[in-house]
Design a protein around this ligand. Structure first.
Ligand code: SF4
Length: 489
């Protein structure tokens, strides 16, 4: 286990999981090299903007219903608040809850604070967050500025915790810590694991922690688990501090995304003995089979799982065959976070679509439980190898590739990389909802969505006639990986 629960901070993914952001090759080569320890990162001598891990930590924690965030940084470090509030309201909307803004205060570090220290601003921010939001806990997210000048965030947190009598928890997630924005999820989960989750008062053998994002699939999961005599406890977004504090009482933890949930799942297993279900994530048919079977094994419900799988597959068979006929022969490129990307390549295959290139925004060489990501192994075990690359959201590489490959379809999970292929005229589907293609019913809905995108592409076609790209013709004639440097030996 690589999680150090005694430390105040989560080690970043580069040092903990040997994660990389630069690679081009094939999925079989990637997995083989990761398994035998010879995979090396390739740096870029040119790169465009990417994401910051602070945003991941902040976004995830800010959807806890009775917590507040104090972002200790320059005002620009809180620019993500717009997207975070939009996301929060989307989740509130699907729950029929009142819409609110995220409860976040930025300490507005200026040149003056970076010279003379930002401690007083931090104290003021924590007191204001407590006064304004009356939270059950306050999380302090750090920034490059507060980390570089060495503000003692822990000391201030301890001091104010004594004063306001609620947990005041540092979340060390400044952007320069890691090139991999998912490191921010680990920082957030580390704070929860070490300061919020409590020792179990009693064990609940029917309770399953379900780690997710917005959670549109709650009803379907509740129905699936009820067939197995189990009850989901969804988290972390839209949970209360009290609910999170009791996640140690569950029979198991399972996640909708390996990149998201593996730190918390493994951490709960390590600290409280709650087993983490280590399997491919539940998008598409084979993955759902595996997800349920592994869960069944962990909680001793194998027979119930097999009965459910037979019934659920029978229900979707005719529609799935019809969708496959319509999508047969289509070629796609996928660009997503690593766990989603390597899972959706398989999902598209199940729908009859050939993935001609897969891009992931980073690659973890192993998870905290030691294994190369299960989704990547499953993909590499297939007969046909797939060309893939790893880039931290570098649109210049993505667009160069798409211009050469000219796929029928581009599937992504982030708006920043979906909008440009759309402007190229390529039918593009953005998978914003983590429950898209979830399980047996989800793959049917996803199939219809793709058919719709392919049949109604006039917006992209019209845009492509009018858009001027930021890249000149020279770039499109170059190798897409021209700026990827050789491996460091
Ligand atoms: S990279 Fe640093 S300065 Fe930029 S938003 Fe993230 S924490 Fe702030």
């Amino acid at each position: 286990m690589s999680i150090n629960i005694k430390s105040i901070e989560a080690a970043n993914r580069e040092s903990r999981l040997n994660s990389i952001t630069g690679y081009t090759g094939t999925v079989k080569d990637l997995v083989k090299k990761a398994q035998c320890g010879t995979l090396k990162n390739r740096e870029r001598c040119f790169s465009q903007a990417s994401n910051c891990s602070s945003g991941c930590a902040q976004g995830y924690l800010s959807s806890i219903v009775d917590a507040a965030i104090v972002n200790h940084g320059a005002i620009g470090c809180s620019a993500d608040v717009i997207g975070e509030t939009t996301g929060l309201k989307w989740g509130q909307n699907i729950r029929d809850w009142e819409k609110t803004n995220v409860k976040l205060i930025n300490t507005n570090m200026t040149e003056n604070s970076t010279v003379f220290g930002g401690k007083n601003k931090l104290r003021e921010g924590i007191r204001e967050a407590y006064r304004r939001f009356n939270p059950k806990a306050i999380f302090i997210t750090t920034s490059c500025a507060s980390a570089i000048i060495g503000d003692d965030v822990k000391a201030i947190a301890d001091e104010l915790e004594e004063e306001i009598k609620i947990p005041v928890v540092p979340v060390l997630c400044e952007g320069f810590r890691s090139k991999i924005w998912a490191s921010g999820f680990d920082s957030a989960f580390h704070a929860l694991l070490t300061r919020i989750v409590k020792s179990p008062r009693k064990k609940c053998p029917e309770l399953i922690n379900m780690i997710q994002f917005s959670g549109s699939g709650r009803k379907y999961i509740t129905e699936i688990l009820s067939n197995l005599g189990l009850v989901p406890q969804f988290g972390i977004p839209y949970s209360t501090i009290e609910q999170i504090s009791r996640m140690s009482e569950a029979a198991a933890t399972i996640s909708v995304c390996g990149t998201l949930g593996s730190y918390f799942g493994n951490g709960l297993e390590q600290k409280y003995g709650v087993p983490y279900v280590k399997t491919i994530q539940p998008h598409g048919i084979k993955a759902m089979d595996s997800w349920l079977r592994e869960l069944g094994k962990v909680v001793g419900k194998e027979k119930e799982v097999e009965d459910y799988i037979v019934k659920a597959k029978k229900e979707i068979k005719p529609e799935l065959e019809d969708i496959r006929k319509k999508l047969k022969g289509k070629k796609a490129v996928v660009g997503m976070g690593p766990s989603f990307s390597h899972n959706y390549i398989r999902v598209l295959k199940e729908l009859g679509i050939e993935v001609v290139w897969g891009i992931s925004w980073h690659f973890d060489q192993h998870y905290d439980h030691g294994s190369v990501p299960e989704s990547s192994i499953a993909l590499s075990n297939r007969d046909k190898d797939i060309p893939i690359s790893v880039c931290d959201g570098q649109n210049f590489e993505v667009l160069n590739l798409l211009n050469k490959i000219k796929p029928d379809l581009y599937i992504s999970r982030h708006p920043g990389t979906t909008v440009w292929p759309t402007k190229m005229g390529i039918p593009s589907v953005m998978v914003a909802d983590e429950y898209t293609a979830f399980g047996y019913r989800g793959i049917i809905n996803f199939g219809y969505r793709i058919i719709d995108a392919l049949e109604n592409n006039s917006l992209a076609e019209e845009l492509s006639k009018r858009i001027k790209f930021p890249y000149n013709p020279w770039w499109f004639k170059q190798d897409a990986f021209k700026f990827l440097e050789d491996e460091v030996k």
